[in-house]
Design a protein around this ligand. Structure first.
Ligand SMILES: [Zn+2]
Length: 185
């Protein structure tokens, strides 16, 4: 079993990818949500084989022996809009900046855009596999099969999800798409 780091640009599909992997790998998936678990690159749990990291500080180095996949949106505008919407109610950001940065959307977007450019420059030039969010939504099973096989070669993705699993996954993806539509309609 190999270890895979998901370097995910915020709001770019880490959660649905993880849920799909869970369906494919079952108990073989040991996921770490860096920010809500150990805050340790490579995880404090030796069993961990899939960790998420947004690389907010642009200082992430992929640990020895880990592979990495990069998830991001091809459409940069959608990406920043989605991130903005997520940040609307995050009091820690107000503390961090000393004012409500989301009250000035233009300034917020400019700041995130500078970060986005640096992030893409770093990760699009790394040797990780790139999965675009838009492709992931359309080719869910292919993307899942691919990443599951990085972790555990020989994994066959179930094409017959049970109804509960499929409903949960579909609902989550549909909700995201509806949300994306709301922004621009
Ligand atoms: Zn961890």
């Amino acid at each position: 079993m190999a270890k895979v780091m998901n370097v995910d640009f915020a709001r770019s599909g880490n959660l649905p990818l993880m849920l799909a992997l869970k369906t494919a790998l079952g108990e073989d998936l040991h996921y770490c949500e860096f920010y809500n678990h150990c805050h340790k690159v490579g995880c404090s749990d030796d069993k961990c084989n899939f960790q998420k990291n947004h690389d907010f500080n642009l200082d992430l180095d992929i640990p020895q022996g880990w592979k990495h996949v990069i998830t991001l949106r091809r459409n940069r505008r959608d990406s920043l809009e989605a991130w903005f919407k997520t940040d609307l109610n995050k009091p820690f950001l107000d503390k961090l900046f000393g004012y409500r940065i989301v009250d000035n959307k233009q300034r917020y977007i400019e700041m995130r855009k500078r970060f986005q450019e640096k992030w893409e420059e770093k990760w699009l030039n790394s040797n990780g596999v790139i999965i675009y969010y838009e492709d992931f939504l359309v080719n869910l099973l292919d993307a899942t099969l691919f990443v599951a096989n990085l972790i555990k070669p020989g994994t066959l993705v179930k094409y017959s999800y049970n109804k509960k699993e499929l409903d949960a996954l579909t609902e989550r993806l549909t909700r995201q798409q509806i949300y994306m539509r709301n922004i621009y309609d």
